[in-house]
Design a protein around this ligand. Sequence first.
Ligand SMILES: [Zn+2]
Length: 115
Amino acid sequence: MNDTQTNELRDALESQRKEVLYDVSRHAAKGIGVGVIADETERADKIAENMVEHALSYSESKLLEKIDHALERLACGVYGICESCNKEINVERLKAKPSVSLCIECQIKKESRVS
Ligand SMILES: [Zn+2]
């Protein structure tokens, strides 16, 4: 990976980070107002809605962790190296998803272990 590619990926990570932070703050600002709704159907809808919001914030915080981790790795000069097998991760893969820390082979192995 050359300097231009590294810089491009750093920019991509930083703008992704801003987007996630923006989404998180937007969700947090919405708040929860379930208690004050008298109508049962509306109340149920509201609860379902809140559950979706929570799931979203959870995946957002996970993504944020990954992005921060990738930025740390960039700062240490180990970005783009697979954390499992220490081989270089394909640049196209990094461009598509700059927060990945595993090469495609290790990712597949990991996913097949989980499921
Ligand atoms: Zn690997």
